[in-house]
Design a protein around this ligand. Structure first.
Ligand code: MN
Length: 197
């Protein structure tokens, strides 16, 4: 019996609220069309299979091929878009701030390393900040639909570096597109994902 149908959550901000960092047009295409397609495909692919009763994270950890790609892209985009806020905390604080300062030397150094990892990722994918089991922070590059959940890590922050994420607003200027995201990250959301101290 089918118990789960994935639905697309409504964004917690207006579609023009993140401009100019992310325009309304990009939100409409990226969240309204690309993400909707991943969720629709996910629902089609799990129908009538043992995956239809699984939580999304479990599907991501135990699938491959088209199902993994659509499940992970569905999850990644919700994680990405729900990190933004037009008026969020502009810097990390608490335990996460301490970990960033300890491991990267400063918040500015962390931002530099993170953007560099995103710029150097060849092709489509995601750059991630995650925590390992001991709360140690790691920056990883993942191609295509890659997700640090499959490495046993706890994802904290991600930047989408697929061209569809920035081409309408920045064309080929990936570095500028990623830099602009710092202005709309809500660090209270990122910090709430870091449950170590
Ligand atoms: Mn995307």
């Amino acid at each position: 019996m089918k118990t789960l149908i994935y639905t697309q959550p409504k964004l917690p901000y207006a579609p023009d609220a993140l401009a100019p960092a992310i325009s309304q047009e990009t939100i409409d295409f990226h969240y309204g069309k690309h993400e909707k397609a991943y969720i629709d495909n996910l629902n089609k692919l799990i129908e009538g299979t043992p995956f239809e009763d699984m939580e999304l994270e479990e599907i991501i950890r135990s699938s491959d091929g088209a199902l993994f790609n659509n499940a992970s892209q569905a999850w990644n985009h919700i994680f990405y878009f729900f990190t933004f806020s037009p008026e969020g905390a502009s810097e990390p604080n608490g335990a996460l701030r301490k970990a960033i300062d300890n491991q990267f030397g400063s918040f500015d150094n962390f931002k530099k390393d993170f953007v560099e990892a995103g710029v150097k990722l060849f092709g489509s994918g995601w750059v991630w900040l995650s925590a390992d089991r001991d709360g140690k922070l790691v920056i990883t590059q993942k191609s295509n639909a890659g997700n640090p959940l499959t490495d046993g890590l706890t994802p904290l922050l991600t930047f989408d570096v697929w061209e569809h994420a920035y081409y309408l607003d920045y064309q080929n200027r990936r570095s500028e597109a990623l830099e602009k995201l710092w202005g709309i990250i809500d660090w209270d959301v990122v910090g709430s994902r870091y449950i170590f101290d």
